[in-house]
Design a protein around this ligand. Structure first.
Ligand code: ARG
Ligand code: ZN
Length: 489
């Protein structure tokens, strides 16, 4: 008997957007869903030239099925060095982004995603480059000389802008937000380009150094480890080193009056939190079990994948939390919910270590994070196996295929709850040993990179030796929620 109360899942994270009626498609082209496709140039673009070919124009999208404009082709970012200066009096962030990338084809021009912002100058390998805007979010850079295929090159963009978001996504429009002097970010899925020029797609991950200069009296929390604080004239530069490959949407920069708390978790994982001083006491209590949670999830899913973990808690109710890498962000409202606290931690394995190859694969993030909530609740409640009851879905909210929710429903309840149910049914079908071997192998094999639903299905079949297409078809791709009883042995 599986000891997880799946019925609870429906109530959890009810913050997701209401599902708009969609047909869901039968979506039967496995190849089209493969992560390999995400590296292709956008449809209609010429095929990449080999190293010696004629230099071409790097594509202005990676071919995400939901967001064709996101990311860019022709190169792979290795490292972002972001030097940001916050000027609260002008409500402006000035930036110098130094982007190190490797060309996958000879490039006459290349695109970077940047939304809004004023661009002052761009250079490539130290030489002034041409720059032009294209569409809503592309900066087309023309280096003085073409970049040869295979070459590692450095782009420096000097720019600046005001807080902004893109679109009107629920529960939060992606972007960066200022509340008076204070700043935080919530970029998922495509808001990173509001703060810095980027290859803004989770198929291109990179390491980061974040240097954030703020007036004295304000503090900074960001991804990775604080390595330096450099005092200037009435300002201080906070330097954070985030060496683990990170998707753009997981970048976090919080500027506020913060209390930084440092500790050490089990297995030597540094645990450091940052709490807005106004909410510090409650926040600290809310995340007191972080070390135990890390330990619990590491036992199930393999070693914690990054240099550190912790929570940053801002002083305004956010209505959501976000698993920004090594430093999940919460409001006082969401940090108070233990299930959300463990949910964001679980994303460090599922979503962050292994990122979605395209946004259509988002159920791999949310399904695993909700499933981890249930596993934690079971662990905390002392393990009396609860009856697995029929899922109540009176609103038909789960009649949306989590494997193809559509770009407007990335965070719909079905992506979360039916995603978790898919994993539960899979566990029932292949058994506990194969299921947890699958979860650990998934992180081991794809950690540091990005992987697709097709990759997951292949690995599930490899690990279990079973033919699982009917299960994934029913749970991920058929519009109607399958009857749970039919699928549990
Ligand atoms: N991945 C977030 C979570 O923990 C999603 C919530 C934020 N919503 C958003 N549109 N980015 O569930
Ligand atoms: Zn989540």
């Amino acid at each position: 008997m599986l000891a997880v109360a799946v019925v609870a899942a429906v109530a959890l994270l009810a913050v997701g957007a209401l599902v708009v009626g969609r047909d869901g498609g039968d979506g039967d082209d496995r190849a089209a869903r493969s992560g390999e496709g995400s590296r292709d140039r956008t449809a209609g673009a010429p095929a990449p030239a080999p190293d010696g070919g004629e230099p071409g124009d790097g594509a202005t999208g990676v071919g995400d099925p939901y967001f064709p404009d996101l990311g860019n082709g022709g190169y792979d970012v290795v490292h972002y060095d972001l030097d940001l200066t916050w000027r609260p009096d002008a409500a402006r962030m000035d930036g110098v982004a130094t982007i190190t990338a490797t060309a996958s084809e000879p490039l006459r021009t290349l695109a970077l995603d940047l939304v809004g912002n004023d661009v002052e100058s761009v250079s490539v390998d130290g030489q002034a480059a041409g720059v032009a805007r294209a569409g809503e979010r592309d900066l087309i850079v023309t280096p003085a000389a073409p970049v040869p295929g295979g070459a590692t090159f450095t782009v420096v963009v000097t720019y600046g802008g005001s807080p902004q978001t893109v679109g009107d996504g629920a529960p939060v429009a992606p972007g960066w937000v200022a509340d008076g002097d204070e700043v935080h970010t919530a970029f998922e899925p495509h808001g990173a380009a509001t703060l810095f020029p980027a290859n803004d797609h989770p198929s291109d991950k990179a390491s980061y150094v974040l240097r954030v200069t703020v007036p004295d009296g304000l503090d900074v929390a960001a991804n990775g480890l604080l390595t330096e604080r450099v005092a200037g004239d009435g300002v201080t530069t906070w330097v954070y080193d985030a060496p683990d490959p990170m998707a753009t949407y997981l970048v976090q920069v919080v500027i506020a009056d913060l209390e930084l708390v440092e500790g050490m978790g089990p297995g030597g994982v540094p645990i450091r939190h940052a709490f807005d001083t106004d909410v510090a006491a409650d926040a600290e209590e809310a995340v007191a079990q972080t070390g135990e949670m890390v330990d619990f999830l590491a036992d199930l899913f393999g070693p914690y994948p990054f240099v550190a973990y912790g929570a940053v808690v801002v002083d305004e109710p956010l209505g959501f939390a976000l698993e920004t890498q090594t430093l999940s962000i919460f409001g006082p409202d969401t940090v108070a919910d233990e299930s959300i606290v463990v949910h964001e931690l679980a994303h460090q394995w599922f979503g962050n270590a292994v990122s979605p190859a395209t946004w259509q694969d988002v159920w791999l993030n949310e399904g695993f994070a909700v499933y981890a909530e249930l596993l934690w609740a079971e662990h905390r409640d002392g393990g009396g196996p609860e009856e697995l009851t029929e899922l109540v879905d009176p609103e038909g909210e789960l009649d949306l295929p989590p494997g193809d929710p559509g770009p407007d429903s990335l965070f719909a309840p079905s992506v979360y709850d039916r995603g978790a149910l898919t994993l539960h049914v899979l566990r029932d079908a292949i058994g506990d040993d194969a299921f947890f071997t699958l979860a650990r192998t998934w992180v081991e094999r794809h950690g540091g990179g990005s992987a697709s639903t097709a990759d997951f299905e292949d690995l599930a079949e490899e690990v279990s030796g079973q033919e699982l297409t009917p299960l994934f078809d029913a749970w991920l791709r058929a519009p109607a929620l399958p009857p749970l009883d039919d699928w549990l042995g």
